[in-house]
Design a protein around this ligand. Structure first.
Ligand code: IPM
Ligand code: MG
Length: 366
């Protein structure tokens, strides 16, 4: 087994170091190879997703990804911006199914901006289609308008589109995931306005016929955004398109107190995957040793479970993370009165200690 390690930019390198440390104590047989991606790759090779990095990702059994992006690249031509690396990996590896769990850990119920009773025990799964929709739809670009409200004016346009097989395969993924959970799927659309999402709704309904044991509800995206903060526990699996999924998954993440806790998986049709924390590169705190490495560590656990067939090792990591939280250790993003503030490295060390069965008492500085 080979894991491609792509730390990326900003806090990416710091959080990845902790995840690699955790993987190393598990006593599993795998090889790792590290490569540059995002802004770091652009600086070194003039492209955010150099061929060597892409080939490594393709050849590996799984990819563990940190984060990419920095404001300093905002002025670059789009094709050279760090975000193109993750979009390119999704496209070239065919990673169409994005799993974004939003789990509120018991120990962090009070870190949520919502009332504790609304989020206590929250465990929902957002499944976002990741290689279609307005993100990848062609044509797109800038031109002079020939119609619309201002003919002759400069305009920009993107194309929202979904083919039937694209919707079918993500619907299957969602229904199958729901079968392993609480057997409910909420399909989020904008069928009242958009042709693409009326089609989405029709196709999801058709696929549902094969899953009579799973309940299906349809919800408009604006209402879903509202229900997520009103009664988030009413959801189980949410399935939606690329654009709506981008927005709703950030919203859902925040219900749990910190996006710094949430892992994600992006899978292809044979469960090969890229695993990354749901948060970004946080350039404002990069290099300070204060970032929360738990989302990346939990992403490594997801990788062991979904792609590398090591569910026990995944369980061990997840239990170790809970043990560390129960011991009261917190990075700044999840810190609250009465808990102990620690840095990135100390948090990683504590997870390693918990994995080795040590009581978490001695804390490394930094
Ligand atoms: C995400 C991010 C990406 C997206 C960006 C970095 C391109 O926001 O993974 O949610 O929009 O998909
Ligand atoms: Mg996003």
């Amino acid at each position: 087994m080979k894991i491609a390690i792509l730390p990326g930019d900003g806090i990416g390198t710091e959080i990845m170091a902790e995840a690699v440390k955790v993987l190393a104590v598990l006593d599993l047989k795998f090889e790792t190879e590290t490569a540059l991606v995002g802004g770091a790759a652009y600086e070194a090779h003039g492209h955010p997703l150099p061929e060597g990095t892409l080939n490594l990702a393709k050849a590996a059994d799984a990819v563990l990804f940190g984060a990419v992006g920095d404001w300093k690249y905002d002025k670059l031509e789009r094709q050279f911006r760090p975000e193109q690396a993750i979009l390119g990996l999704r496209k070239h590896l065919g990673l169409f199914a994005n799993f974004r769990p939003a789990i509120c850990y018991e120990q962090l119920t009070h870190a949520s901006s919502l009332k504790p009773e609304l989020v206590a025990g929250l465990d929902i799964l957002i499944i976002r289609e990741l290689t279609g929709d307005i993100y990848f739809g062609q044509p797109r670009g800038r031109r002079v308008a020939i119609d619309g409200h201002f003919p002759g004016a400069e305009e920009a346009f993107d194309t929202m589109r979904y083919s039937k097989p694209e919707i079918e395969r993500i619907a299957h993924v969602a229904f199958q995931a729901a079968r392993r959970r609480n057997k409910k799927v909420t399909s989020v659309d904008k069928a009242n306005v958009l042709e693409t999402f009326q089609f989405w709704k029709d196709v999801v309904t058709e696929v549902h016929a094969q899953y009579p044991d799973v309940a299906l509800e349809h919800m408009y995206v604006d209402n879903a955004a509202m229900q997520l903060v009103k009664a988030p526990k009413a959801f189980d699996v949410v399935v939606t398109g690329n654009m709506f999924g981008d927005i709703l998954s950030d919203e859902a993440a925040m219900l749990t107190g910190s996006i710094g806790m949430l892992p994600s998986a992006s899978l292809d049709k044979s469960n090969k995957g890229l695993y990354e924390p749901s948060h970004g590169s946080a350039p404002d705190i990069a290099g300070k040793g204060v970032a929360n490495p738990l989302a990346t560590i939990l992403s490594a656990a997801m990788m062991l479970r979904y792609t590398l067939n090591q569910p026990e090792a995944a369980d061990r990591i997840e239990s170790a993370v809970k043990a560390v939280l129960s011991a009261g250790l917190r990075t700044g993003d999840i810190w609250s009165e009465g808990t102990q503030r620690v840095g990135t490295r100390a948090m990683g060390d504590a997870v390693v200690a918990a994995l080795s069965g040590k009581t978490i008492t001695t804390i490394t500085k930094g």
